[in-house]
Design a protein around this ligand. Structure first.
Ligand code: ASP
Ligand code: MG
Length: 469
């Protein structure tokens, strides 16, 4: 355990140009502690790599064109030999993808953004720093292409050995976003996955603090694209933050907290423009608010399955969800009744879900009578670690008054969020209505929303008492 280490993660939005890299290196150098910096790709580079995979399949010459562009983008930050080496490797990988595409090749190509930005940051930090790519840092992944997880125990072993070998360097820079499976292949952790890498590295290095530098102030109580100047959330719990990471403005990868739970780590979101300022502090066991924030997520599809076999039988849900798992479909919110199972999935999996259910309805007509998959849905959620029944009632009433049709709701035993599935065309209206329901008149800081809910509850109790007497 090394409590004198701090992990600093720099997101792509904070690394676009030479000045950004200089700023990141100043932030790191100014720290008295040993810094392990985890980096994302330069802003926009991963998106471009995704597109390059498509394009390189169509034209043989594209690999060269793209790798030259990749080289130029990074050399604008600093002209270092590592960029030439990476560009040459990228060119041959893209060239191979013209011959035949594979998930293995595509994850490898996607990792180049982080490889380049780590080399660049290492260059600005100079002699005080050792750059480790995920290969040499021992970041061990589980072999799932596109959305892998880390084998934390194996990573601990490899990473500690790498740290030991780099004892002489005050600072370490590590590539985020990908790990290496047992066959030596690259697996990426899903889009935005460098936060998760930072969580893993914090856990295995025994650091007590994880600072996430972002191009935003911190978590906001709603998406500023939908609500005018939503308030800043100064404090959140791990579960509130991962719920919001999943739904809301995608400030943080929702799996970031998995590896550090139980490790007594303090997570801070810091605005890179004011690095001394802590925008949002995230602690494992925050107090929990009645309503911390309003979040929403578009790009969902609603799956509705009706079947007679569901009444008083067993294994039906297991059968359905096994099929989803086999098709690599992640299921989000679930609701069931005696004759129906409904759930939401990402719209990108909607075709695969239809195919899997079509096959199931033919094989097991007793399980699936009819099913329906509806695209263009949004999930709007009220998130709070101590969500009360009263808050849920208010949310429902608010959506009802706004004439927003609710297709499905979900409220789990964890009581961390209440979500409603609605048409995507109503998303903005729903978020704005819920924000004004819970936050109008609330300025900023922590606890206001909680305090606000309490008098309302007390008033309800008084009314009930009065009615009973
Ligand atoms: N560069 C990757 C992405 O854009 C990972 C990250 O930014 O965290 O998804
Ligand atoms: Mg990014």
């Amino acid at each position: 355990m090394n409590r004198k280490t701090v992990v600093c993660k720099f997101g792509g939005g904070t690394l676009s140009c030479r000045e950004d890299f200089l700023r990141a290196s100043r932030i790191i150098s100014a720290k008295p502690e040993r810094v392990i910096a985890v980096v994302s790709a330069v802003q926009g580079v991963t998106d471009r790599l995704v597109r390059s995979l498509e394009e390189s399949r169509k034209a043989e010459g594209y690999a060269k064109v793209f790798s030259e562009e990749f080289c130029k983008t990074h050399k604008q930050v600093a002209d270092i030999p590592e960029i030439d080496m990476l560009s040459a490797k990228l060119e041959s990988a893209l060239f191979n993808s013209y011959a035949g595409h594979s998930p293995r090749l595509s994850d490898y190509v996607l990792s180049f953004g982080e490889r380049a930005s780590a080399a660049l940051l290492g260059h600005f930090l100079g002699k005080s720093c050792k750059v480790l790519d995920s290969e040499s840092a021992g970041i061990a992944s589980n072999g799932i292409y596109g959305n892998a997880s880390c084998d934390v125990d194996k990573t601990r072993e490899g990473f500690c050995a790498a740290l030991d070998a780099a004892k002489a360097s005050k600072n370490i820079v590590v590539t985020g976003f990908y790990g290496i499976d047992q066959n030596g292949n690259v697996n990426v952790f899903g889009r935005g996955g460098s936060d998760y890498s930072a969580g893993v590295i914090t856990a295995v290095s025994g650091a007590s603090r994880l600072e996430l530098y972002k191009d935003v102030e911190g978590f906001l109580a709603a998406d500023p694209k939908m609500v005018k100047s939503p308030r800043l959330l100064e404090e959140l719990s791990f579960s509130e933050a991962s719920e919001l990471g999943y739904f809301g403005a995608k400030i943080i990868h929702p799996r970031t907290f998995d590896p550090i739970s139980g490790a007594n780590v303090c997570v801070q979101i810091r605005p890179v423009a004011k690095p001394e300022k802590v925008g949002t502090v995230i602690r494992e066991r925050g107090e929990g608010m009645h309503v911390a924030a309003i979040a929403s997520r578009k790009g969902a599809s609603l799956v509705e399955i009706y079947g007679g076999g569901m009444v008083n039988s067993f294994g039906v849900a297991a059968e359905i969800f096994t099929r989803m798992a086999r098709s690599h479909i992640s299921v989000d919110a679930i609701a069931t009744s005696q004759t129906n199972i409904s759930f939401t999935i990402d719209q990108s999996s909607s075709l695969r879900a239809s195919q899997a259910l079509e096959a199931l309805s033919l094989e097991r007509p007793d399980v699936v009578w009819v099913f329906k998959v509806t695209d263009h849905q949004a999930m709007v959620s009220v998130v709070g670690g101590a969500l009360s029944a009263e808050s849920i009632a208010r949310a429902l009433l608010c959506l009802y008054r706004g004439k927003i049709g609710i297709k499905m709701t979900s409220y789990g035993a964890s009581k961390i969020s209440f979500s409603a599935v609605i048409d995507v065309k109503d998303e903005q209206k729903a978020v704005a209505a819920l924000y004004s329901e819970f936050f109008s008149g609330v300025k900023s800081g922590r606890g206001n929303a909680a305090r606000m809910a309490v008098p309302a509850r007390a008033a309800t109790k008084r009314k009930l008492k009065k009615a009973a007497t």
